[in-house]
Design a protein around this ligand. Structure first.
Ligand code: DGP
Length: 115
């Protein structure tokens, strides 16, 4: 796969696909999910292409840490006292876009176990 042209989230990073940006750092972007599953639903991604959190944590654990740190920092900036943080990893776990992303969801009650 050519990450820059074939990956939807790489195209968002490149500015070729529009996104409702919430936060940007040198390493990560946070933007609103196009199909929100909660009143607040933001995706946090590394700018660099990695397929999923397992691939990212194995090739660059420091960047994996920054994705999580930036997700929690973004939640604090949005005044989200409580939130759900989800990284679907693989199709059977619900991953549909294969550029690692952390879902930050808040503003409603969440059930457990997740479906
Ligand atoms: P997952 O199923 O965990 O891979 O989550 C992918 C999420 O990406 C899903 O919640 C919908 C969201 N999404 C898909 N296409 C777009 C898009 O073009 N823009 C934005 N902002 N979100 C998208």
């Amino acid at each position: 796969m050519n990450a820059t042209t074939d990956c939807l989230f790489c195209r968002i990073v490149a500015g070729d696909v529009p996104a409702d940006l919430v936060r940007a750092t040198d390493d990560t972007l946070a933007f609103r999910d196009v199909a929100p599953q909660a009143p607040t639903h933001v995706l946090v991604i590394p700018r660099e292409h990695h397929r999923d959190i397992a691939a990212l944590a194995s090739s660059d654990p420091a960047l994996a840490g920054r994705v999580i740190a930036d997700a929690t920092q973004m939640a604090a900036e949005l005044d989200l006292a409580e939130f759900r943080l989800v990284l679907n990893t693989g199709p059977s776990a619900g991953q549909s876009v294969f550029h690692v992303h952390a879902h930050v969801m808040a503003g409603r009650e969440f059930s457990w176990p997740p479906g």
